[in-house]
Write a protein that binds this ligand. Sequence first.
Ligand code: F1P
Length: 314
Amino acid sequence: MTTFETSRTSVEIASQPATWKQATECLANHAAALPVRGERVAVVGCGTSWFMAQAYAELRESGGHGETDAFAASEFPHGRVYDRIVAITRSGTTTEVLDLLTRVKSTVATSALTADPATGVMRAADAVAVLDFADEESVVQTRFTTAALALLRAHLESEGALPAGTRPLTRAVQDAQRALDLPLGPEAVDAEQITFLGTGWTYGLALEAGLKMREAAGAWTEAYPAMEYRHGPISITGPGRVAWLFGPAPQGLADDIARVGGTFVSRSGDAAAGLDPLADLVLAQRLAVLRAEARGFDPDRPRNLTRSVILGTA
Ligand code: F1P
């Protein structure tokens, strides 16, 4: 097995507890870019950033802060009326995101969260939260995107409401520290296939975990809302395959997975003793790096990927 012990990706994964803490500490600096309570908001992004948009949209709306939708930037429904569009983009250069912000300029308030203040998103959005301390050398995103979600979640928390069962971010930071040392377990390391599941905001995390495994390790993964899993996707599960759930388990799910011979991984279901679901994502990121190395892939140089997708004009 090739090992990349000093991979930038591993270093960036390990820095997440500190980066999330830093993100919450700079909350006051970013007030202009953060949605106001009651605003009708659309959150947009591409790839990882879209999945974080989905997680945030669920957290915001179910916490009672206002209607919040999430879209892939390329799929934004221009006929709909929003008070604000929030774009998440680490690079600040993704074509679909910049095209959308440019198209809606002066018709709706726009905000962005980015890692790079030297990019087009600074002009394209009305207000920008720059999380440059969370920028990454890796192509595969880990700490920027979780820091962006940490900031958005801390903002909801500071305004007094999160969905029932969601913990304070300080607890998530502690759990992320724990997640860096927890054993991954042979069933996940050796799994032929992994299906990631979540409910509410953790469905966005499930989508991101699946993408991470595909991007870094070329692994076969799928992701579904937990209650959808029994409507077909369970057909994939069996011996040597894993169903990994973020957040609380729907009734009977563990038994159903056992019945088909699959392995159920659930570390963030127990609100008291389990991990915060965001910290559970850290474990999935670690697994992606481990499996990449096991296949001889360099996690810092994922196949077929670039830091940002910048499309030419034909
Ligand atoms: C979005 C993104 C990444 C993906 C790849 C290409 O980038 O789709 O999620 O992993 O690196 O770009 P960004 O808009 O957040 O910079």
